[in-house]
Each structure stands twice: as C-alpha cells, then as structure tokens.
Design a protein around this ligand. Structure first.
Ligand code: AMP
Ligand code: ZN
Length: 478
C-alpha cells in the first residue's frame, strides 16, 4: 500500500503524491514542500500547542522514512494582535520581546525531540514580501483600502473572480453582510466578513509599524503565512499543516489571499494537501491559555516528567482524534517506555558489537503498514509492543542470538527515526552506590560469595539492583 493521508480540502483519505514528481534533490529523492503554521511568540507554548508541532514533526519524519526529501518550513509569528498587547504591557522592544519567546519555544521543541524545521522564517523579516502580495491583491481589485489607511480582503470580489471562499470549511454566506469588516486576527464563522491584510497604525501599536504604499501600519496575521510560505516554497506546494482551529479563518484566508493574487500556474492550487491535527483536551475541553487549563513542557519537567515521556504521550493517539491529557496518562507513558527500554537494553547486551547485515523485516513491515494508513500511530505502537513481547519470549527461551538481536535492534532504530523516542538516559548512581558495586566485584573475585550477596542485599535496601552482564555489573534503580 502507498502512503494515504486525509486531506481536509477533499475531506477524504487520498494517496499522497508529490505535486512535482520530477523535483528531486542531489540524492535523487523526490522533494516535498511542507509548511506548518508556527507559534505566536508572546508567551510559553502549552503542550496543546506542542501536540500540533509534534504532529508536524511526525509527518515530516514519516515522509523522510518513506524516502522523500522534506523541505520543512515553520514560521514564527512575531507580530500580531496579542504580541502588540504584550509589548505595550511590558514596554520591551518588539524584537527583544519576541526573541525571548522564540528561544524558549525552540528549547521546548528540542526537549520534545522535534527535528528543527529547515527554515524558521520570522514575519518581521518578510514585510517586503507581505506588502508585495497585498499590492497584487489591490491591483486585481480583490483588496481595498479603507479611509483609515488599512487594507481589507474583499470576499465578494474574490468570489466574483470565480474563486471559492470556503474550501476547507462550509460557510453560510447568508450570514454575511457585504461590506462588513473584521479587524481582529481571530474570529469565528459567525463573523464571516472581509478581513484585514494591512492594519493602519494606531496609537496603541506604539513603535510597532512599517511604512507601506497605504501609510504606516502592520500586517494582519493571515497574510504573513501566505507571504512566507510562498516566498520559501513557491506559489504551489505539497502540504500545509496546523491545528484544527486554524482551518477557519486562518487557513481559509491563506487560500483566498494566495490564490486571489493569481500567482499560481492556472489549474494548480496554492496547497495540494491540507492536514489538521486534533486538539489536546483537558476534561473534554480544548487545552488553551484562555481557559487556563494548560501545562507547559516546563511545568511537567518540574513535576519530574521528561520531554521523552511527553512526546510519547502526544504520539500515542491518532492525529485526527482529540484526547484528554492527564498526569496518569504520563505515568502510563513512563511504564510503557520502561518496558520498551528494558527489552532494548537486553537486546543490546546480547548483540554486543555484532553489526546487523540488515534490519529484521517484521517490525518495519507492520509499522509501515500502520503508518501508511493515515499515520495510524495507535496501530504502529501496537506493532512495537507486540514486537517487544516477541523479543522477550525469545530472550526468555534463550533463543536470541547476537545476529538476531542486532537485526531486531536495527529494525527498532529504523522505526524510531519516525517516533523519535530518544534513548532513555541511564540514571546516574551516586558515588557510594558505585563504591558498593565495586566492593561486590572485588568480593566475587576473591570468591567471597557470602560478602558479595550481602552487598547485593545492601544495594537492594538502598533501592538499587545489580545485574551481572557480559560487560560487567550494571546498576539499575529499583
Ligand atoms: P498559536 O501559538 O496560538 O498560534 O498556536 C500554535 C498552534 O497550536 C496552532 O497550530 C494551533 O492550532 C495549535 N493548538 C492550540 N491549542 C491546541 C490544543 N489544545 N491542541 C492541539 N493544538 C493546539
Ligand atoms: Zn499560518
């Protein structure tokens, strides 16, 4: 089976086929353009936000696993309504304020083992491209200037050009009053109206403004993504991702702006394939800043959890299904990972320095089959844990050879290029525990087995197990 993905544009699961099959990189791999809407850098991200970024990381990693070369772009929204409000409150210069939260965001992305996107464009570096795009829309009569020096997108004019507004979501145009405008970046379907492309400078913006053909002002949020994605990936590209709340109005507006500018080859869309990740919930409600029901990655680390455990939990449910976040869920992630780590540790001991000639097929095949089915991670993890059971059975029966262990480890390593569940950090034993373990080795060497056993019991009482392996004794926290 080929890779199949749900496309919000067609509301169906379709085979994934690159838009430009002949576009190849230096290694001969087909190139795929992927844009994911990035964070608005005005505060720490919460793990709901990171569910979406881990989802984008999964899509990128699986496409790479499938042999594509992925041009992964994630923007940083560093000028927008909420940011301006915060800049006003803190009195910090815009760039200083946003640089801080951009750095914190990237640190959290690293702690969740997300691969860094290949490009991280910041909106304030693309003001020229944003203005040029708005100019195209004005020239085509689709955007218009208002008396205050703002520029709005006319949905009526856009539809009049034969374009469709409402490609990702069904809209009720009856509810729309022609000429009604919405200045805020965020609005809902009930507020269907012309939206702002350029917002004229107002006193509350303070020093945040740029010159433009329409006077001083700043861009709207939606045009930022159209300008950045097309500047880097071209007027038509393969995949556009984001959380489900972005489908309307953000992504709908992105389509309207990008296709309204008429920069695509006729018949080719702005984006071929739209993917939206479902929300992370808390007690049935979307995790969000406004509801105050959120955890940041740092909150969870302070509670003793690791980025690895958070990543595992976020990757445990299929991306189109919402799920409830709980701390018990994280405890479950810890238990599952311990089972996996133990099995991998045993395989590593047996494999020693033996190199695999090729990865064992079973796990890779079952994993690929599951992931080809619209990234069905639930069944991909089921395949992994079935594999763990099978390896444990072989280990217990003494049937695991170094060559087999090496081949199975290579299979896990290949699968893990997608899951990105980094190796568990071995807990560091304190010096006195290490000293006891060394004393036990000395006792065994001197054939004083009673003393060796006594030390083992002493270690156990202190919460440490000692296992004799081919490479010598190994300390493990009980
Ligand atoms: P923002 O920084 O607010 O622009 O959001 C960044 C990303 O997080 C967007 O793609 C949102 O759709 C996504 N997002 C926000 N809340 C959640 C949530 N509870 N679950 C999953 N994704 C979310
Ligand atoms: Zn966006």
């Amino acid at each position: 089976m080929a890779l199949q993905l749900y496309n919000t544009l067609t509301r169906s699961i379709v085979p994934f086929e690159p838009l430009f099959p002949d576009h190849r990189d230096a290694d001969g791999k087909q190139v795929v353009g992927l844009y994911c809407c990035g964070p608005t850098v005005y505060d720490y991200g919460h793990i709901g936000n990171f569910r979406t970024f881990v989802f984008a990381d999964l899509v990128r990693r699986y496409l790479e696993f499938r042999g594509y070369s992925v041009q992964h772009v994630m923007n940083i929204t560093d000028v927008e309504d909420k940011i301006i409000r915060k800049v006003r409150e803190t009195g910090l210069p815009l760039l200083e304020f946003t640089a801080k939260y951009t750095d914190l965001f990237l640190q959290d992305l690293d702690s969740l083992s997300c691969l860094r996107p290949k490009e991280l464009p910041r909106a304030t570096n693309y003001i020229g491209q944003i203005i040029a795009l708005i100019e195209k829309l004005v020239a085509r009569g689709i955007a218009y200037k208002t008396s205050d020096g703002s520029v709005y997108f006319s949905i009526e004019k856009y539809q009049g050009c034969g374009c469709k507004y409402g490609q990702l979501v069904n809209l009720n145009f009856e509810a729309m009053r022609v000429g009604e405008r919405v200045a805020n970046d965020e609005y809902d379907k009930e507020s269907l109206a012309d939206f702002a492309l350029w917002k004229a400078r107002v006193p509350e913006d303070g020093p945040v403004f740029w010159p433009s053909p329409w006077g001083e002002g700043r861009p709207g949020w939606h045009i930022e993504c159209s300008a950045m994605s097309m500047a880097i990936l071209g007027p038509s590209f393969d995949l556009h991702l984001g959380g489900e709340d972005l489908a309307f109005p953000h992504h709908e507006d992105e389509i309207a702006q990008s296709e309204g500018a008429g920069v695509q080859v006729p018949g080719r869309p702005f984006v071929k394939h739209w993917m939206h990740g479902a929300h992370l919930l808390v007690e049935g409600k979307k995790m969000s800043k406004s509801l105050g029901n959120f955890f940041t990655v740092r909150d969870l680390v302070a509670k003793g959890y690791t980025g690895r455990e958070v990543r595992f939990l976020l990757l445990s449910a299929a991306y189109r299904e919402t799920f409830n976040f709980t701390l018990a869920g994280l405890d479950g992630a810890r238990t599952a990972l311990a089972r996996l780590d133990e099995c991998i540790g045993k395989l590593q001991e047996i494999a020693g320095s033996t190199q695999a000639t090729a990865p064992a097929a079973g796990l890779v095949d079952r994993f690929t089959q599951a992931m080809d089915d619209d990234l069905n991670v639930s069944s991909a993890w089921a395949a992994v844990f079935e594999w763990v059971r099978e390896q444990n059975r072989l280990l217990a029966a003494g049937q695991m050879t170094p060559a087999l262990a090496a081949a199975e480890l290579a299979a896990w390593k290949h699968v893990n290029t997608v899951f990105g569940i980094s190796a568990a950090a071995a807990p560091e034993a304190p010096a006195e525990i290490v000293a006891l373990a060394e004393a036990r080795v000395a006792a065994k060497k001197a054939k004083d087995f009673a003393r060796a056993d006594a030390i083992r019991n002493e270690l156990k009482a202190l919460g440490w197990a000692v296992e004799d392996t081919a490479k010598g004794p190994k300390l493990k926290r009980l």
